[in-house]
Ligand binder design. Structure first.
Ligand code: PHE
Length: 347
């Protein structure tokens, strides 16, 4: 083997030893750099005669090309190896199961509200929504519950230490009854001066607030207000309507209703509505589910109606209470703790 073949072989072996681009550049310098072996050979050409220079020069050039060829091949091999490694490192295992989004569900109270809305809608009732921060007037005064009247303390109200733009004191509504006035006002005005009186049928479900907290009371709870005012709406209609509702809600006719005399400033007469199941785990106990009564004439007046011509009833039922009975839950606070172990049972 002549010296030039040997040089090519050395270069190939050297390049093969290089495992990074930097190592390869160092190896390249040893052959093609300023003091590299190929460069030295070319420099040494000067010692040869013109004839020899020609052949020797051509041989060295061929050698140089071979070295350069080996270098390019190694560069490519290194680049490919690097790409392969990168691909391996970033590889996706397409057989891994995907990350699923947790499956949500409607909260049991929201679900109960929807159920109540559906039942009353099917009986021709409108569904209305009202403010949770109320004025003194809507929460009490308009409901025939004047300032300083002891009946105001029937509800342990959260008062807000500020007034609205018109200077009225604010509170977190302790019941949904303000919606009786708000809704009737909004609808009665259309009938002002007309020969027929309005027929108002509405329920207003929503959040209510009282300073109260134990297994069956939460400072935030839910009520559904019901109002039916017309020219000839009686307590008998309330009984029939409420029985229909309760039977539809609990999906059974195996229960009784009881109207127990009570007092509310905004109804006269007033009654608590109790239910008793005649079968199932809750059999034999009267359970209070609602306040109710015939709308007080003063309240009819505050609605913008004439109590000589409009009459009707209202009720206010505890939604959480109804949900507890329907789902057999003994502690109301479970609804609002946000514990997924409890809530996921309602999927
Ligand atoms: N607002 C009353 C309460 O919260 C319930 C009620 C509503 C009573 C409508 C009579 C008529 O206790």
């Amino acid at each position: 083997m002549n010296d030039l073949d040997q040089l090519v072989q050395d270069a190939q072996a050297d390049f093969a030893q290089a495992h990074t681009p930097a190592e390869l550049e160092n190896a390249k310098a040893r052959y093609l750099g300023k003091a590299g072996r190929v460069t030295e050979l070319l420099k040494a050409l000067g010692k040869f005669s013109p004839e020899e220079k020609k052949t020797r020069g051509a041989q060295i050039n061929a050698t140089k090309q071979q070295v350069e060829g080996a270098l390019t091949a190694r560069r490519q091999a290194l680049a490919e190896a690097e790409l392969e490694q990168q691909l391996k490192a970033e590889a996706l295992d397409v057989t891994l199961p995907g990350r699923r989004r947790g499956e949500g569900a409607v909260h049991p109270i929201a679900r109960t509200m929807e159920r109540i809305e559906q039942i009353f809608a099917s009986m021709g009732f409108d569904v209305a929504d009202g403010p949770e921060i109320e004025t003194d007037w809507y929460s009490f005064t308009a409901l025939n519950n004047p300032e300083n009247h002891p009946a105001r303390s029937m509800q342990d109200t959260f008062y807000v230490d500020s007034k609205d733009a018109e200077g009225r004191w604010l509170n977190l509504r302790p019941h949904t009854s303000p919606m009786q006035i708000r809704y009737a006002q909004a609808h009665a005005c259309k009938y002002a001066g007309q020969p027929t009186m309005p027929d108002i049928r509405v329920i207003a479900p929503g959040r209510t607030f009282r300073v109260d907290s134990d297994a069956t009371h939460s400072p935030m709870f839910h009520q559904v207000e019901g109002l039916w005012v017309g020219e000839n709406v009686s307590f008998k209609d309330l009984k029939a309507l409420y029985l229909d509702f309760i039977q539809a809600f609990f999906e059974t006719t195996d229960l009784k209703l009881r109207f127990r005399p009570s007092y509310f400033p905004f109804t006269e007469p007033s009654a608590e509505i109790d239910i008793m199941f005649e079968s199932g785990p809750l059999t034999g106990r009267w359970l209070e589910v609602s306040g109710s009564g015939q709308v007080h004439p003063q309240v009819i007046r505050n609605m913008g109606l004439d109590p000589e011509r409009s009459i009707g009833f209202a009720f206010g039922s505890g939604i959480d209470r109804l949900a507890m009975l329907r789902y057999g839950i003994s502690d109301l606070r479970l609804f609002f703790d946000g514990d997924l172990r409890f809530l996921s049972q309602f999927k």
